[in-house]
Design a protein around this ligand. Structure first.
Ligand SMILES: Cc1ncc(COP(=O)(O)O)c(C=O)c1O
Length: 387
């Protein structure tokens, strides 16, 4: 008898963009200059302060397990950060350090979700969300969203789509792939709607800090019963250090302690010391300077995509993505992305990686490349469209 792969794996698929990435690598091996606008991580390196702090920790040789919830001084630094940036008081006991936002999701869903339950989320959204739920035998309940709702769920949609097995609602703002932000009032109403139904509200705030227009609100400003998922990956430019955090309601602290011990033991120690160095005034000033560069890139890309005939019906206000409507050129955006890569060596992500709603006429452009590189990519794109 041969061992069998678990049934759940039939419901978990690879990203379509992986096929494009593989092809991009081949083209690069053949000497082509591929411009990467598919990548969901900052092109900036980790800051010097972070690198030095990580190195100092490793050099002590004391790279041992930490407490499962994380270094007390890092939890305190995050609590202070909430006070400084959002004027919100959060007790450090509610903050759990995790291996990325991915680890935070696994922890949050593990302590709050039962098999057969469903979490409501927007279509389009970050594709792994559903799979974090599937690990626990639960599932996603997708609700299509449009430009009128800034591609975000809101109280009306939540009320309309709530089902007997809906256990909670996940909102990511700024969103991946649309870069759109939920307005403070809409966020507050969405939380209230979920709480009235006895559900859990999960707020994915991983792109906070990379927001470009009006000040953004954390869900913690409106309720202390929400789960907030965050990360050092994006604004803090620490993707590969694998470190993030989860804020839980008081009643879930003990459960989070137990599960964190069991599934992670703790998050990488040098990454925790490195992350701690993020909160100095100089380091935050450097991160804000980078944020301003992302904003310039957003404006540059937005204006140029409109000029080329793409439609962007809701200007993104955060993250580093632009979710463009390419229906003027194709109704098969995956094929479009493949052809663009072959013809002009520009890599982008097709809408089908983020759901099914309007997915065949959407492309995600990541502005994780400099304006100079994007200018070349846009020239190539123009040539491709004029073929
Ligand atoms: C919306 C969203 N949530 C969560 C994650 C997971 O990030 P990480 O595990 O690196 O913190 C990502 C990564 O791209 C994302 O885009």
């Amino acid at each position: 008898m041969t061992a069998r792969i678990a049934d759940r794996m039939q419901t978990i698929s690879s990203f379509y963009v992986m096929a494009l990435l593989q092809r991009a690598k081949q083209l690069e091996q053949q000497g082509r200059d591929v411009i990467h606008m598919e990548i969901g991580e900052p092109d900036f390196p980790s800051t010097q302060a972070v690198i030095e702090a990580g190195k100092r920790c490793i050099e002590t040789g004391e790279v041992k397990y930490t407490a499962p919830a994380g270094l007390p001084e890092l939890r305190q630094a995050i609590a202070d950060f909430y006070q400084q940036r959002y004027q919100v008081k959060v007790s450090p006991e509610r903050i759990f350090i995790t291996p990325g936002a991915s680890g935070a999701f696994l922890l949050a869903f593990g302590i709050s979700l039962n098999p057969e339950q469903a979490i409501m989320m927007a279509d389009p959204c970050y594709p792994c969300n559903e799979n974090f739920a599937r690990v626990y035998g639960a599932t996603a309940q997708y609700v299509p969203v449009n430009a009128e709702q800034a591609y975000q769920l809101n109280a009306d949609l939540i009320a309309e789509h709530w089902q007997a097995n809906t256990q909670g609602v996940l909102i990511a703002s700024p969103s991946n792939p649309t870069g759109t932000v939920i307005a403070a009032e809409a966020l507050q109403q969405a939380i209230a709607t979920v709480e009235q139904r006895g559900g859990c509200f999960y707020s994915d705030e991983i792109y906070h800090g990379l927001d470009y227009d009006q000040p953004i609100s954390t869900a913690l400003s409106f309720s202390d019963q929400v789960f907030v998922i965050n990360s050092f990956s994006k604004y803090f430019a620490m993707t590969g250090w694998r470190i993030g955090w989860l804020v839980v309601p008081d009643a879930f602290i003990e459960a989070a302690e137990k599960l964190a011990q069991n599934i992670f033991i703790s998050t990488a120690t040098h990454s925790q010391y490195a992350a701690l160095a993020s909160f100095s005034a100089e380091n935050l000033a450097e991160l804000d300077r980078r944020r301003d560069l992302f904003k310039q890139r957003r404006d540059f890309l937005y204006e140029n995509l409109l000029r080329l005939g793409f439609k962007v019906d809701c200007k993104p206000q955060g993250a580093f993505y632009l979710y463009a409507d390419c229906s003027a050129f194709t109704n098969d955006s995956f094929q479009f992305a493949k052809d663009l890569l072959e013809a002009e060596a520009v890599a982008v992500t097709p809408g089908i990686d983020f759901g099914t709603h309007q997915a065949n006429t959407r492309i995600r452009f990541a502005y994780t490349a400099s304006i100079d590189r994007m200018a070349i990519a846009l020239n190539r794109l123009e040539r491709f469209l004029c073929r």
